[in-house]
Design a protein around this ligand. Structure first.
Ligand code: GDP
Length: 138
């Protein structure tokens, strides 16, 4: 069990002005911010980040969406970070997300679902290193 996860506030939530609201939910849930920046992925970088989904029918749409505007990338720390953060963000499809989750509050569709959260300790480390260098982590 690792104590770190990686998240992105996605372009839909940044456009809607929800950075502050989402960071408050993350803070209130007890996560410490280890690294954070406002950034924008090119189509190529988004394709690389989501390479695991390259065979899925929504891959092109996903990469276009994720490169459509700025994101907030962050590494978060807490005991049981990956699992607890997945609980905080809620189901991929906001129609199925539970009350009190970030996606229930701010996601608008299965594609434009406000936040990313790593699904394993291994991916959390890979995704964190994709966005941050060692000197940007505290
Ligand atoms: P997550 O781990 O809950 O983010 O979900 P997945 O790993 O299954 O999918 C990764 C991301 O791809 C999701 O967060 C969505 O942004 C996007 N996605 C998943 N399913 C669909 C879909 O059916 N259509 C579209 N357009 N995007 C999808």
């Amino acid at each position: 069990m690792s104590n770190r996860t990686f998240t992105m506030i996605k372009p839909d939530a940044v456009r809607a002005g929800n950075i502050g609201n989402i960071l408050k939910m993350i803070n209130d849930a007890g996560f410490r911010i280890v690294a954070m920046k406002l950034s924008k992925m090119s189509m190529e970088r988004a394709g690389e980040f989501y390479a695991v989904h390259s065979e899925r029918p929504f891959y092109g749409e996903l990469c276009e969406f994720m490169s459509s505007g700025p994101i907030v990338a962050a590494i978060l720390e807490k005991d049981n970070a990956v699992e607890d953060f997945r609980k905080l963000i809620g189901a991929t499809n906001p129609a199925q997300a539970e009350e009190g989750t970030i996606r229930k509050a701010y996601a608008t569709s299965v594609g434009e679902n406000a936040v990313h959260g790593s699904d394993s300790d291994e991916n959390a480390a890979i995704e964190g290193a994709f966005h941050f260098s060692g000197t940007e982590m505290f």
